[in-house]
Design a protein around this ligand. Structure first.
Ligand SMILES: Nc1ncnc2c1ncn2[C@@H]1O[C@H](COP(=O)(O)OP(=O)(O)OP(=O)(O)O)[C@@H](O)[C@H]1O
Ligand SMILES: [Mg+2]
Length: 254
């Protein structure tokens, strides 16, 4: 088979040209970075788990009518996606205070927020992905008011659905980051969910013990990082013990 053309190598994934125009192959690496790539490492098996977890969550979201870039998983580390024009914003939804909101506003980590809060960060590594507001976004033309309305609407639906899905397997969805892109079909533009949804960009805490099961284990040197990611996959019923035939459904917690 001819080698595919590599289009972009990011911190966690590589993008290759897809088999048909308008498609890409997203390859999930084991590389991990934090604090705007000041901290670097690898988490063995992370790419395989994130590929599966993101596939599972994007499929479930698709089933409730959230448009996503996901087409299908190709193998352990790769998935076929629709190429979109990425909107240069990270859309963060928070349910419980943790990380930067706790530091910036002095809210103790673990405090349930009065309601779900949506934040935007400008995707720019050189600037350290700064927090921005609607005024910046529309004035600089990163997205229109309509685009933002669509993104917030989708982000809140994703939040409600994923909060319930995770709670069903004994996990609190503390916060998460989404990326969206523009997809054109016959002169019509749609905003679709892109990138990935995985423990790299969600905070996931065990509902009973509060134990962290996400990238904070790496960021904060908590140890047993691989196990955190594995446990998320196991609870979702997608941790293959002996290949794909071993897949089970979600294991509901009482
Ligand atoms: N459907 C898509 N079409 C085009 N680009 C995409 C799509 N989904 C995700 N991307 C982009 O692919 C890249 C994925 O690589 P990775 O997550 O490793 O990047 P990164 O190092 O986090 O860099 P970035 O700051 O650009 O996100 C990101 O730049 C992401 O915005
Ligand atoms: Mg990324």
């Amino acid at each position: 088979m001819a080698r595919r053309r590599q289009l972009y190598e990011g911190k966690a994934k590589i993008l290759f040209e897809g088999p048909e125009p308008g498609t890409l192959v997203q390859y999930f690496k084991d590389d991990a970075t934090a604090f705007n790539a000041q901290k670097k490492g690898t988490i063995t098996g992370k790419g395989v788990l994130n590929n599966r977890i993101s596939e599972y969550l994007m499929l479930r979201l698709g089933e409730i009518g959230i448009p996503t870039h996901f087409i299908r998983r190709l193998n352990m580390r790769e998935q076929l996606i629709r190429e979109v024009e990425i909107i240069p914003l990270e859309v963060v939804v928070r349910n419980i205070a943790a990380g930067s909101i706790s530091q910036r506003l002095g809210i103790q980590e673990g405090t349930r927020l009065p309601r779900s809060i949506v934040e935007y960060y400008y995707k720019n590594d050189q600037l350290g992905d700064p927090l921005v507001c609607e005024e910046h976004i529309t004035a600089f033309g990163w997205a229109s008011t309509q685009d933002l309305d669509d993104m917030v609407g989708l982000a809140l639906r994703v939040n409600d659905f994923l909060s319930g899905l995770f709670l069903g397997v004994g996990i609190l969805l503390v916060d998460f980051k989404l990326e969206f892109g523009r997809l054109w079909e016959n002169d019509e533009m749609r905003i679709v969910l892109a990138d990935e949804i995985s423990p790299d960009n969600c905070r996931l805490w065990d509902a009973k013990t509060g134990e962290k099961m996400d990238k904070d284990r790496f960021r904060r040197d908590l140890g047993r990082v691989e196990e955190g990611y594995q446990e998320v996959a196991r609870r979702l019923g997608i941790l293959p013990e002996a290949g794909v035939r071993d897949l089970k459904g979600p294991e509901l917690m009482q």
